[in-house]
Design a protein around this ligand. Structure first.
Ligand code: SF4
Length: 222
């Protein structure tokens, strides 16, 4: 089994992503989305549609050229730092497209209850978007040496992370991966360069209104 590749540059490649940032996260009115009610995790955005020109069957934002004018500035300002294409490629190798498994809008609790792999697909994206954001922060704050060491440390954990993502029997523990496992190896790597215990980033997303209770602690559905 291959594993998730960390992009050379932590930049998104939307042409090779299954539109994950438009499906996996919750979009809330509070965060500036022009919605009448919050979009649930795992529910495709109303503006995401199958691109008729895409032979891979990819979904595209139909208002992408006019996001700011139409009030969707939050989308225009968002970056996954390359997590989208990295996680999409990994699941595509297993033959998994979320849109084929769940063609009708669903929320992540429903998806998670029915299909661990698709649930893990979305949580894998959300977790790696956080981790790649940590790495980008380290690059800016501590320089290339700390960045490369941190990236190598994340790479070393990737096989274990991928094994959990591809498992049909268990769900990836988002919070444990983001705030404990990846966080610890990144901090250790930076310590090797700066000899200081540092903060990796702003607090990662662990809010239970964003992360369903089912993902707040390790568990198995087997
Ligand atoms: S408006 Fe476009 S970019 Fe924003 S979530 Fe919807 S489909 Fe994605």
């Amino acid at each position: 089994m291959s594993e998730i590749q960390i992009p050379e540059k932590l930049e998104p490649d939307c042409n090779n992503c299954q539109g994950l940032c438009c499906v996996a996260p919750r979009h809330s009115i509070e965060d500036g989305f022009p919605l009448h009610e919050d979009k649930r995790m795992g529910e495709p955005c109303q503006h995401l549609e199958l691109d008729p020109a895409s032979i891979q069957g990819l979904y595209r934002c139909q208002i992408h050229a006019n996001l700011k004018q139409l009030g969707w500035a939050t989308c225009a300002g968002y970056t996954c730092h390359g997590a989208g294409q990295a996680v999409s490629a990994f699941f595509e190798e297993m033959g998994i497209k979320w849109s084929e498994e769940f063609p009708d809008p669903k929320n992540l609790e429903e998806i998670d209850a029915r299909d661990n792999k698709v649930g893990n697909f979305f949580f894998g994206f959300l977790a790696l978007a956080e981790v790649f954001r940590f790495l980008e922060h380290i690059n800016r704050r501590y320089g290339p040496s700390a960045f490369l060491r941190s990236k190598d440390a994340v790479k070393e954990l990737m096989p274990e992370f991928c094994r959990e993502l591809e498992s049909e029997d268990s769900t990836v523990d988002y919070v444990n991966w983001v705030t404990v496992k990846f966080d610890r190896v990144i901090k250790d790597a930076i310590y090797g360069v700066t000899k200081k215990i540092v903060s990796t980033s702003a607090e990662p997303t662990t809010n239970s209104s964003i992360v369903p209770a089912s993902r707040l602690s390790a568990r198995s559905k087997s």
